[in-house]
Ligand binder design. Structure first.
Ligand code: NAD
Length: 252
């Protein structure tokens, strides 16, 4: 796909990886539809994209709200006249053990704690992917959908909810890559390792040091390294239904 003048929607574009992917694609000449629940953060990303000389519009959107997501993707096509790509990036963490036993007291992960993460990370990806594909097909555009998974998809202590959601969005990407190819739509996933963003910024120094020891390259990844991978997937038309692990070779 030629990125120049293509229209790419990014969820969770207000900060972190979503913002960096928006700026990287803007530098390549893409126009951006920026989605997030946080509209102040969105404006910041939009201004930075505009400085790079591309059209960028913001859509305050909760990816878990079906009617809202349908409306936003219809608005994107109304505003830009086309949709060529989507990055399903919006995601949250609500870490906790499935069962915790302390001083003979047992606590369990609540269904609410489990479902809240599944709702944003998995159901949100499903809804946005479905609506983006519908718009691409209706407007007869070829397109690309990228789901942001995680190294945690392999399973990680304290992350039943997050790991399950990230395994599922990787599987959605491989499923969509096979199912939507007949319409000229490709799909892929990126499974980042531990990347320097506010999601990881709150780590204690000891935890950070322990983590860096698990990465053969000896450091956390940068948002630029994930954004570069997204750009590569958009531009290479032979990539489809595959998952890219960008994690420094971390031992999990
Ligand atoms: N940072 C990492 O180390 C890392 C590693 C692997 C995967 N990931 C994944 O990459 C993605 C981005 O991570 P990040 O570190 O930039 O996170 P972040 O918390 O910095 O940003 C996430 C963005 O998503 C938005 N968001 C949250 N819930 C939403 C909702 N319901 N609807 C719309 N927007 C919503 C937030 O407002 C925020 O702007 C996430 O899916 C995350 O799971 C991150």
């Amino acid at each position: 796909m030629e990125l120049k003048q293509s229209v790419i929607a990014i969820t969770g574009a207000g900060q972190g990886l979503g913002q960096m992917m928006a700026l990287t694609l803007a530098k390549a000449g893409a126009e951006l539809a920026l989605l997030d629940v946080n509209d102040e953060a969105l404006l910041n990303t939009k201004e930075q994209c505009n400085v790079l000389g591309v059209k960028a519009l913001t859509y305050k959107a909760n990816v878990t709200d079906e009617r809202h997501v349908e409306q936003v993707f219809s608005d994107i096509v109304r505003d830009f006249g086309q949709l060529d790509g989507l990055i399903n990036n919006a995601g949250i963490l609500r870490d906790g053990l499935l069962i915790k036993v302390k001083d003979d007291e047992m606590t369990k992960m609540s269904l609410d704690q489990f479902s809240s993460v599944i709702d944003v990370n998995l159901n949100g990806t499903f809804l946005c992917g479905r609506e983006a594909a519908a718009q691409m097909i209706n407007t007869q555009r070829k397109g690309v959908i990228i789901n942001i998974s995680s190294v945690a998809r392999a399973g990680n202590i304290g992350q039943s909810n997050y790991a399950a959601s990230k395994a599922a969005v990787a599987t959605l990407a491989t499923t969509w890559g096979k199912e939507l190819a007949r319409y000229g739509i490709r799909a892929a996933a990126i499974a980042p390792g531990v990347i320097e963003t506010s999601m990881t910024g709150g780590m204690k120094p000891e935890a950070r040091e322990r983590l860096e020891k698990m990465v053969p390259v000896g450091r956390m990844g940068s948002p630029e390294e994930i954004a570069q991978t997204a750009k590569f997937i958009f531009e290479n038309d032979y990539i489809n239904a595959r998952i890219f692990e960008v994690d420094g070779g971390i031992f999990m």
